[in-house]
Design a protein around this ligand. Structure first.
Ligand code: GDP
Ligand code: MG
Length: 440
């Protein structure tokens, strides 16, 4: 996938002491292919490559002491920028209720996402959501939302399918106001394709509801189509944000990377499954990290679950998620990873793994793992649990005890620190119960 290709490319340049324009050109050729293959919009790819190339051959990179690393930093920054830079927050109306209108094609996930979003608003933001069923065309649409409402124990307003959507919305908002709900979520109808009748209906609802947010729900699996739909809906409705669903599926990732720059609207949430808790705020930087392979803990956990006993895997997952593991756990991991086979591949999935391999050497060999193990074994129990107490004299002692250099000890401590930091960052994206990872 995209991540694999980008990572291979990146590892080639990572350790270079000197980066020439030819190196950058070669790398960008690969990046370009990787993005196109992931179904990223070609105009977006062109712009991206141009921007990264310009920065990569600029002073900032070429004159730096670690040009290889700097190029990667540029790629990561630009990927983050491509997906909107900052995380984009959900609107709050000055006077409640905040009105959110959902829109999108049939099957994109509007109704499901309406429930998921309401659930998230209540759970993470402590809000009181009120749902309105305004899809009067699909036979079971109202029922579907009512079922979701029942499951979440939230009110669902409907007037059957004989009243116009705009009128349903008008009365629904009225009621939500009277009963002091602070978020109103409007589920609307979709079509298989964009047509004028649908757009007119959505414009009518918009006019009446005066929403604080108009979310377009798009299916990430549809790739380029998702991007076209986003552009089209934005032209006609002036949406405020996108919710990308089905990112848990076998998507190539193109939509996540293209939507922002084509439709000029931020991705605000991503759907990661069918369950009501499978919606997450979208963090561009975390996503960029993930694409660039700063670790794929989920995949690692999956592998572990297939290979190690259930109990142990659960414990490991918890530790990963809370970033509360120690050097002892780390040692344990190395042992388990070893027994899981192809070492290179598994190690690559550990966050910070790229950095563990030294500068030039991207091969992970048994010998190096042995060195790391020796260093950790030379630590006292207390040091393994609280690495921050390892001062200069302790470092000397550990180096001596393990037969490694102080530099190696320093490097490991630093890598461990960074790995923990990264795990902490990523923990938001990987919530309990999720089995599948992004398949970028
Ligand atoms: P609507 O026609 O836009 O209202 O779409 P629905 O909400 O009815 O969803 C269509 C299908 O997509 C349903 O089977 C949902 O369970 C499924 N779905 C929605 N979001 C996600 C998601 O993030 N991941 C997965 N795997 N399925 C999803
Ligand atoms: Mg629906």
């Amino acid at each position: 996938g995209l991540a694999d290709r980008l990572q291979t490319t990146i590892q080639k340049i990572r350790g270079k002491g000197k980066v020439t324009e030819a190196d950058v050109k070669e790398m960008m050729r690969e990046v370009r292919l990787a993005l196109l293959e992931a179904d990223v919009n070609f105009k977006v790819v062109k712009q991206f490559v141009k921007k990264v190339s310009e920065r990569a051959v600029g002073q900032e990179v070429m004159k730096s002491l670690t040009p290889g690393q700097q190029v990667i930093k540029v790629v990561k920054e630009e990927l983050t920028e491509l997906m909107g830079g900052e995380q984009s927050k959900i609107a709050v109306a000055k006077r409640p209720p905040t009105v959110i209108m959902m829109s999108g094609l049939q099957g994109a996930g509007k109704t499901t996402t309406t429930g998921k979003l309401a659930n998230l608003l209540r759970k993470s933001y402590n809000r009181k959501p009120f749902l309105i069923a305004a899809d009067i065309y699909r036979p079971a649409a109202i029922k579907q939302l009512e079922t979701i409402g029942k499951q979440l124990n939230m009110p669902v307003f409907s007037l059957g399918d004989k009243v116009s959507p705009a009128e349903i919305v008008r009365q629904g908002i009225e009621k939500a106001k009277e009963e002091h709900y602070d978020y109103v979520l409007i589920d609307t109808a979709g079509r298989l394709h964009i047509d004028e009748e649908l757009m007119q209906e959505l414009r009518d609802i918009k006019e009446l509801a005066d929403p604080d947010e108009i979310f377009l729900v798009v299916d990430a699996m549809t790739g380029q189509d998702a991007v076209n739909v986003a552009e089209n809906f934005n032209d006609q409705l002036d949406i405020t944000g996108v919710i990308l669903t089905k990112l848990d599926g076998d998507t190539r990732g193109g939509a996540a990377l293209s939507i922002r720059s084509v439709a000029q609207k931020p991705i605000k949430f991503v759907g990661m499954g069918e369950k009501m808790d499978a919606l997450e705020p979208f963090h561009p930087e975390r996503m960029a990290s993930r694409i660039l392979g700063m670790g794929d803990v989920l995949t690692l956990i999956e592998k572990a679950q297939a290979n190690v006993d259930e109990e142990k895997a659960k414990e490991m997952e918890h530790k990963f998620r809370t970033a509360s593991f120690t050097f002892d756990d780390f040692l344990d991991q190395l042992g388990q990873v070893r027994s899981m086979g192809p070492l290179d591949e598994l190690i690559k999935m550990m966050p910070g793994a790229n950095k563990m391999k030294g500068l030039d050497n991207i091969q992970v060999d048994e010998k190096q793992i042995g060195h790391v193990e020796a260093i950790i074994r030379s630590m006292t129990k207390e040091e393994k649990e609280r690495p921050d107490i390892i001062n200069a004299s302790r470092r000397r002692r550990i180096a001596k005890g393990s037969g490694r250099t102080i530099q190696e000890v320093n490097r490991l401590l630093k890598q461990f620190e960074e790995m923990k930091k990264m795990l902490k960052q990523m923990s938001g994206m990987q919530q309990k119960g999720k089995k599948k990872g992004f398949k970028f």
